[in-house]
Design a protein. Sequence first.
Length: 226
Amino acid sequence: MTVIEIEVVFDFVCAWCYIGKRKLDKAIALYQKVYPGGRYDTISIKWIPYYLNYNPHPHSVPKSELVDERLKDMKPEQREALFKRMDQIGRSIGICFNGEGLIGPDTRDAHRLVYLSRCKPQDVQNELVEKILEAYHEQEKDISSMEVLKEIAVDVGLNVVEVEEWLKSNMAADIVDEEARRNKEELNNTGVPRYIIQGEYQLDGANDPSEFMEIFGKIKKDKYQI
């Protein structure tokens, strides 16, 4: 059995991070289905925080306002082409992007919740990340809201009392902040999403499943050549 370890550097407000997660999920499912012995391998994913800090305000604001501000230098036809491309790519992997809803001043609490889930089963952590991404990008939910985060966490199987205590406290905030700071200050910082596989290979952006598959295959082959 081969153990493949993946670190994903990401932020929840990044649309490409959502797309990238879906493509990574597809690559893992395909690898385990078609690669010889792949179904017996363990693929471990660790979700690492990065703060994009889209919202400069100390309170939640409509996402559409921030989009207008960030893309103010784009011509209307350029914006239309960008949104059309994003929508097409999203729909091809089952994502229906929604530009409405609110965005809070940061994603710190969402990342803290993911940090809490690191000690839970792998599928719980992955589902938590998926559900928070879905809430923000598709369901018009403000993922800086503790009530929204609690609802998602409990829905994926986390204990409600533990989640409430965790969110009300400041536990792991310094750890998450430090991880996010390091990821932003790295010499090879290419933004997000960023994938470090087996501590050796790096992919940047929302890559096609085939690119992940190629690396998985190399790792599998290298193990049996030792």
